[in-house]
Write a protein that binds this ligand. Structure first.
Ligand code: C5P
Length: 226
């Protein structure tokens, strides 16, 4: 089975995806980590970020492995390096490159074929898994997303104002919603869940219920009348 969760940055996707996968006994797939990994390798190998042919080669050849939250690139744990602000700032051209996306979507499908997955990203319900068993579009207002992000940064020792974070979020939203392929959008058959004012626990409860209802529905529909 595959549960596809899409939505903008800061809506809480990565936290709830992991918890939901745990509750369901599924594995989780963090597809943003894949775009981050290709960006990191491009920076380290001094590949120009507008050289889409070389970026596509990187995406095709990358040896990427996941073990829970740990991301191995070419056999090494690079979980911290893929999340630096520099990688986040420079990811746009990698995520916009059509050939890079093609290779990474193929990899996502290959991984998902190995078990039951909750997969999160921007294009999971629309491009990677249009036939997913359940699709969820997780969203939140810009202000709530910014407050969450500012709190996380504060915990990490960085003081930024909510207004500064809002301007970053607006840029990321614009980039995510306007890329040529795999742009962020709600799949027609996705259920939208807004996380404003909800605790993580509340959101995971809500998603668990949606998935269970959906599974029950699929089971009912598969019983053919005599
Ligand atoms: O989810 P996360 O913020 O780690 O994603 C990193 C970047 O990768 C984002 O800027 C997003 O635009 C891009 N991305 C993507 N398609 C996905 C997942 C992430 O373009 N399926």
């Amino acid at each position: 089975m595959i549960i596809a969760i899409d939505g903008p940055a800061g809506a809480g996707k990565s936290t709830v995806t992991r918890l939901l996968a745990n509750r369901l006994g599924f594995l989780f797939l963090d597809t943003g980590a894949m775009y981050r990994a290709v960006t990191l390798l491009a920076l380290e190998n001094h590949i120009a970020l507008d050289d889409t042919a070389r970026l596509a080669d990187l995406a095709r050849e990358i040896d990427l492995r996941f073990d829970g939250d740990v991301v191995f690139i070419n056999g090494e744990d690079r979980s911290a390096e893929i999340r630096t602000p520099e990688v986040t700032r420079k990811i746009k051209t990698v995520a916009d490159a059509v050939d890079v996306r093609e290779h990474l979507v193929a990899l996502q499908r290959k991984i998902a074929a190995t078990g039951n997955f909750v997969s999160e990203g921007r294009d999971q319900g629309t491009v990677a898994f249009p036939n997913a068993d359940c699709k969820i579009y997780l969203t939140a207002s810009t202000r709530f997303r910014a407050i969450r992000r500012a709190l996380q940064l504060k915990e990490a020792g960085k003081n930024v104002t909510v207004e500064e974070v809002i301007s970053d979020i607006n840029i990321r939203d614009y980039n995510d919603e306007n890329r040529p392929v795999g742009r962020l959008m709600k799949a027609e058959d996705a259920i939208e869940v807004n996380t404003d004012n909800k605790t993580v626990e509340d959101v995971v409860d809500e998603l668990e219920q949606i998935v269970k209802d959906r599974i029950a529905n699929l089971a009912d529909n598969s019983i053919t009348p005599a």
